[in-house]
Design a protein around this ligand. Structure first.
Ligand code: GLN
Length: 454
C-alpha cells in the first residue's frame, strides 16, 4: 500500500531519491512467513520505513544528497540499519536531503527539491526534508533522520510530524556519513509520539563500533509514551526558555505555543520561566564548530576513495589536481561555503580566535542548560520561528536560512535530547512544532510530555 502511495504522489512530493520496492516486498513476505510460522516478532516487524540518504545501506545507493557520491553503493550497513533489518521492517527507499545534511530546506540537494505535502510551493524543512515529507504524505509510516543542528526536528515542525533527536551517544553513528561528529545523532520521524518511542528503542542502545556510544540501557521510552498518553503531568516542572520566544517568532507560532503550555498546565504541570543567557551566541558557535568538523570529515571525498572521480581536462593528472577537479565538480555551493569557512576557522593563527572561542561558548551553553534543568524537568519552546517558507525564498541568503535553526541548535551543542511534536496550524494554515528538551539520558521525559500533548 505504501509503495502504491509513493507511486501516486511522489512525482509531486519528491521525497525519495531511490525506491527499493523489490527488497521491501521481499522483507514483507519474509515477515508474513515468519509470523505464520508462529515466530514472535518485534512490534514493528512488517511496518515499512524510509531512510534518509545519509545512512549507509548495503546494496542500496547512498548519496547524502551529493553528486560526489552518485552511483556509490555501500558495502555494509549502518548499525541502525542492521537493527531495522533484524526486526523485519521493510525499507521503502532512501529520502532526499540537503547535500551532506547542510541546510534547512532540502533545497541544497543535488537531486532537486522536495515539496511540502501541505503546500507544494513550500519547503519541507531540512536537511531531512525527504524523510519528513514522506511521513507527512503517508508514503511511509516511519522514517529515519539525522539531526546535527535541527534536521529532524525542524522538518518535523513544518510538516506536522513527530521528530526526535536522541541524547548524543544514544543511537550509534556507525554508518552515518558524518557531517559534524560531535553534534550528529540519528533519530525517528513518525506521525505519533508512541511510534517514535518504538523506533527509538529499536535503533538505540550501546554499539561498540561508535566510540561515543553510551554503554547503558536506554530509559523506558515506550513506557513513558504510554504513561504520558494518560494525560497526568502532576508534579512535572516545565521551563519556558525566555531566549527562545518573542521577537522573530511568527505570531501564529507563538499563539499555538502558548496554548500548548496552557494545556500542559491543565494536565498538572507547573510552569516556570528560565533564562539561558548564552543562547544568543549558540548560532554563531554552531556555524563555526559544525563547518570546522565538516571540513575535516569531507576531506575523504577526494576522487580516490568513493564515488565521483574527475580528471583535469588539461595539464598533468596529479593526485592533487584530480582531487581539486573532483571536489570542484562534485560539491555544491553550500558545501563549498562550509568547507571554506571550516578550513579557515581551523587554520593556524585563527584557531584560537574562532574554533577555540566557539568551543568556550559551547561550554557556557551547556552550563545554561545545567542551571535551567535545576529549575525545570523539561524545557519547551517553539521548534522553529516560522512555518514552512516558500521554495526559493531564502536560497540566496545563507544567514536568513541559518537563523531558522535558532531554537534547535542549543540542544546539539549540549548533547541533550529534543522532540518536536505537532502543535496545530498557524494562521497561514501551516503546521507548527512544539519542542521539548530534556537533560542528557532523560529521553523518556520527551515521550511522556510529548504524548500528553498529543
Ligand atoms: N540547518 C542546520 C544546518 O544547516 C541543520 C543541519 C543538520 O541538522 N543536519 O547546519
Amino acid at each position: 500500500a505504501h509503495l502504491d502511495r509513493i507511486d501516486a504522489v511522489d512525482d509531486k512530493v519528491h521525497a525519495f531519491l531511490h525506491i527499493s520496492d523489490a527488497e521491501a516486498l521481499k522483507t514483507a513476505a519474509d515477515v508474513d512467513a515468519r509470523r505464520a510460522a508462529g515466530e514472535k516478532l518485534h512490534p514493528l516487524a512488517g511496518v515499512p520505513i524510509a531512510i534518509k540518504d545519509v545512512v549507509v545501506t548495503e546494496g542500496l545507493p547512498t548519496t547524502a544528497g551529493s553528486k560526489i557520491l552518485e552511483g556509490w553503493i555501500p558495502p555494509y550497513d549502518a548499525t541502525l540499519i542492521e537493527r531495522i533489518k533484524e526486526a523485519g521492517l521493510p525499507i521503502l527507499g532512501k529520502t532526499n536531503m540537503d547535500e551532506f545534511a547542510m541546510g534547512s530546506s532540502t533545497e541544497h540537494s543535488a537531486y532537486g527539491n522536495t515539496h511540502n505535502p501541505w503546500d507544494l510551493e513550500r519547503i519541507p524543512g531540512g536537511s531531512g526534508g525527504g524523510s519528513a515529507a514522506a511521513v507527512a504524505a503517508f508514503e511511509a509510516p516511519l522514517a529515519i533522520g539525522t539531526d546535527t543542528g535541527g534536521s529532524i526536528r525542524q522538518p518535523g515542525a513544518v510538516t506536522g510530524t513527530v521528530g526526535v533527536k536522541p541524547t548524543y551517544g544514544s543511537v550509534s553513528r556507525y554508518g552515518l556519513i558524518a557531517m559534524a561528529s560531535s553534534l550528529d545523532q540519528a533519530g525517528p520521524v513518525t506521525r505519533t509520539v508512541l511510534d517514535s518511542a518504538l523506533l527509538h528503542e529499536l535503533i538505540g542502545g550501546h554499539d561498540p563500533r561508535d566510540s561515543t556510544s553510551i554503554d547503558e540501557p536506554l530509559p523506558g521510552l515506550v513506557e513513558a509514551a504510554r504513561e504520558g498518553a494518560l494525560g497526568d503531568l502532576t508534579g512535572l516542572r516545565i521551563g519556558i526558555v525566555k531566549e527562545l520566544s518573542g521577537e522573530g517568532y511568527q505570531e501564529g507560532v507563538s499563539a499555538r505555543f502558548n496554548e500548548s503550555v496552557a494545556l500542559l498546565e491543565k494536565a498538572g504541570a507547573t510552569v516556570v520561566e528560565v533564562s539561558c543567557p548564552h543562547f544568543e551566541y549558540a548560532l554563531a558557535a554552531y556555524y563555526l564548530i559544525m563547518p570546522s568538523e565538516a571540513s575535516s570529515n569531507l576531506a575523504k571525498f577526494d576522487g580516490m576513495r568513493f564515488g565521483l572521480r574527475v580528471e583535469p581536462t588539461e595539464g598533468p593528472v596529479t593526485a592533487e589536481r584530480v582531487m581539486s577537479a573532483t571536489r570542484g565538480a562534485g560539491f555544491g555551493d553550500e558545501v563549498k561555503r562550509r568547507v571554506i569557512l571550516g578550513t579557515y576557522a581551523l587554520s593556524a593563527g585563527y584557531y584560537d580566535a574562532y574554533y577555540g572561542s566557539a568551543q568556550k561558548v559551547r561550554t557556557l551553553i551547556q552550563r545554561d542548560f545545567d542551571a535551567a534543568f535545576e529549575a525545570a524537568d523539561v524545557l519547551v519552546s517553539p521548534t522553529a520561528p516560522t512555518t514552512a517558507f516558500k521554495l526559493g525564498e531564502k536560497l540566496d541568503d545563507p544567514l536568513a536560512m541559518y537563523l531558522n535553526d535558532v531554537a534547535t541548535i542549543p540542544a546539539n551543542l549540549a548533547g541533550i535530547p529534543g522532540i518536536s511534536v505537532p502543535n496545530g496550524l498557524s494562521d497561514d494554515g501551516l503546521p507548527v512544532g512544539f519542542q521539548i528538551l530534556a537533560p542528557a539520558k532523560a529521553d523518556d521525559r520527551l515521550y511522556r510530555v510529548g504524548a500528553a500533548l498529543e
